[in-house]
Design a protein around this ligand. Structure first.
Ligand code: F6R
Length: 634
């Protein structure tokens, strides 16, 4: 939620800030702005609503010259997306500028007090109180003013500020929203995450909660709340900037879908050595794992679906019972945890507020905590007792694809690792399964190659759906009672069973996110308990029916849907003997693989269906409306 980028150095700042904000656009993109120190003791500000390209166009016409600047891309929480509410915000005198990611919970009270003291508020945001506090406490030193202001703030924040009276200086602070310092040569950076910095430097310092950063072109200090240096060491990040560019694909989402076989190969190559699994960064000793009696997985959205799949895998390979919960529910229940419970928090960003809160709750209750994260140095990765990185590289499309596969990969390996520790799987079987696991990237690649071959047919089907969908809506909204349908059910239904049930949820989520078409994921066995009432000739029913122990049951489900006129698109294994005989509307084949590993294959067509439909509907695939990649608010 919201991206921050700050620069101070020997280059013109405007271009770098825009570039940095574009990398952070996935964090929010409803408005943006920047403030530049021009070297003549003034701050120049430009901001606007809409995507960063709008800001870029404005700056193209009226460039802001200067070598120190802060910028912001917003995901609105307080106040509509508008120029006034876009950051940076300025104090009355226009001498201090602030950008902020997070929520200031006591902003109403602070605003009243500050207004009574003469502050003039120009926006509806919670953020604006910060800049007026800075002005109130400013006595010639921005660092001190920020330290004092933080004492008055309740809530979450990553803040960056500049002051016209202190040329070349950026100050920043964090509590529960990420902030990173990038260390360059005669230039330094502040940003919400490393993806915005990696094209300039691979040396970064992560701020911890309660810390501040004071950055000039020649120095960067990280200090604690009392202003004492914390001695933070710089770490080297290994993200490659080419990964963050589209590389010839029309959308990041498609590029990231196609990256998945390579990511799984890399994860397996790094972690799987023969039958031995290496988790170098884990930090939890086998001794501690051996005390685990149950596992609770918490996560949100797509990461939650990875957690659900992991439950099937963990329960298949080990004797440990597993519960999975959405973080937002878990944190407000009174979960019974304590010793013997391992809580695994799964998150691409490692910054999801609910998952972070859930992890803290689990720690407070004495559980052993492990995070499975993609973003290096993220809050979850630092706060959990153990961490496993998914190494999927920067995921730019808001709809998560490759992070999901990478999460599955690490969670599967964790299940094998625990099976090894607890001797719950005969060695021979373990080896056999791991050997098959090593083939999965190849099978994923085959699935994607097949899509390339069938791409035209997929596009046609998406066009067909579009036409039917709109015809249906017309009927629904028709003023002619003869034509009017009773309910608009031209939508998608995703059915799966057993280990492919979570993928049914994931397929529906992907479609909803990027095409805004109603979609439901259901365990196929539940159809007869209600959802079958939805079936007529309109819904498109995607049935996950690879070779599995529930294959026959899926055949029955498909027959039931067909009998009611539903449009069925089954996803089956190559060599499928039965389902094609049912003459489905379209049949998608994935390579044959053991049921345990089938989610890696069945998820690919689901991601591609969502992609093709959204493309056909002309939606903004990489940046769907109302969403942000990193949900750092509750
Ligand atoms: C779906 C999606 C979201 C995220 C969810 C959790 O495509 O991207 O549902 O999976 O917001 O985010 P992380 O994994 O960063 O905790």
């Amino acid at each position: 939620m919201c991206g921050i980028f700050g620069y101070t150095g020997h280059k013109e700042a405007q271009k770098l800030v825009i570039q940095g904000l574009k990398r952070l656009e996935y964090r929010g993109y409803d408005s943006s702005g920047l403030a530049v120190q021009d070297g003549f003791q003034a701050l120049l500000v430009e901001k606007t609503s809409g995507k960063i390209k709008n800001l870029e166009a404005l700056l193209h016409r009226r460039p802001l010259k200067g070598r120190t600047a802060i910028g912001h891309t917003r995901w609105a929480t307080h106040g509509v997306p508008s120029r006034e509410n876009a950051h940076p915000h300025l104090d009355n005198g226009g001498e201090i500028a602030v950008v902020h990611n997070g929520i200031i919970e006591n902003h109403f009270d602070l605003k009243e007090t500050l207004k009574a003291e003469g502050a003039v508020f120009r926006s509806e945001t919670d953020t604006e109180v910060i800049v007026h506090l800075l002005a109130k406490y400013y006595k010639g030193n921005l660092e001190n003013a920020l330290r004092r202001s933080l004492k008055d703030l309740k809530g979450t924040y990553a803040i960056a500020a500049i002051c016209s009276k202190e040329p070349g200086k950026l100050v920043g602070a964090r509590r529960d929203s990420p902030l990173v310092v990038g260390l360059g040569k005669k230039e330094n950076f502040l940003a919400s995450d490393v993806s915005a910095i990696v094209e300039h430097t691979d040396r970064v310092m992560f701020l911890e909660n309660g810390e501040m950063a004071v950055v000039t072109k020649d120095s960067a200090r990280v200090v604690d709340g009392a202003g004492r240096p914390v001695g933070r060491k710089a770490v080297k990040v290994d993200w490659d900037i080419t990964q963050a560019k589209k590389g010839g694909y029309p959308h990041f989402m498609l590029k990231e879908i196609f990256e998945q076989p390579g990511i799984l190969t890399a994860v397996l190559r790094e972690r799987l050595h023969g039958a031995k699994i290496r988790f170098d960064e884990l930090k939890i000793a086998p001794r501690a794992f051996r005390k685990v009696k149950r596992i609770v997985i918490i996560a949100c959205g797509t990461a939650y679906h990875a957690g659900l799949t992991a439950k099937y895998v963990l329960e298949e390979l080990t004797d440990i019972p597993v519960w999975v919960d959405t973080s937002s529910e878990f944190r407000y229940r009174n979960p019974k945890l304590g010793k013997g419970t391992l809580v695994i928090a799964v998150s691409q960003s490692g910054e999801t507020a609910d998952t972070l809160a859930g992890l803290r709750e689990a720690k407070a209750k004495g559980a052993l905590t492990l995070s499975v994260c993609n973003v290096l140095g993220s809050s979850l990765s630092r706060e959990a007792q153990g961490v496993l990185y998914t190494h999927a590289g920067p995921e730019i499309a808001v709809a998560s694809t490759k992070a999901y596969t990478a999460q599955l990969a690490v969670l599967y390996l964790l299940a094998f690792y625990l099976a090894g520790l607890f001797n719950s799987l005969p060695q021979k079987k373990r080896k056999e399964l791991l050997r098959e696991f090593s083939r999965v990237p190849f099978l994923m690649q085959k699935t994607l190659d097949q899509y390339r071959e069938d791409e035209k047919e997929w596009a046609e089907k998406a066009r067909d759906f579009n036409a039917r969908y709109h015809a249906q809506l017309e009927k629904y909204f028709s003023t002619d009672p003869e034509k009017r349908k009773r309910s608009p059910n031209g939508f998608f239904l995703y059915l799966g069973r057993n280990i492919n049930y979570p993928n049914a949820l994931e397929g529906a989520l992907k479609l909803k996110e990027i095409s805004y078409i109603p979609a439901e994921g259901y365990p196929a066995g539940e159809m007869k308990h209600g959802p079958i009432a939805l079936i007529d000739e309109n819904p498109w029913v995607i049935c996950l029916a690879p070779q599995s122990r529930t294959y026959d049951k899926m055949i029955s489900n498909i027959q039931e849907i067909k009998a009611r006129g539903g449009i069925v698109i089954p996803i089956v294994s190559e060599g499928d003997s039965e389902i094609h005989k049912l003459q489905p509307f379209y049949l998608i084949r994935v390579p044959k693989v053991r049921e345990l590993f089938s989610p890696f294959l069945t998820v690919l067509p689901l991601q591609l269906i969502a992609y093709c439909v959204a493309r056909e509907f002309g939606e903004d695939i990489d940046q769907p409306r109302n969403l942000a990649k990193s949900v750092t608010v509750e």
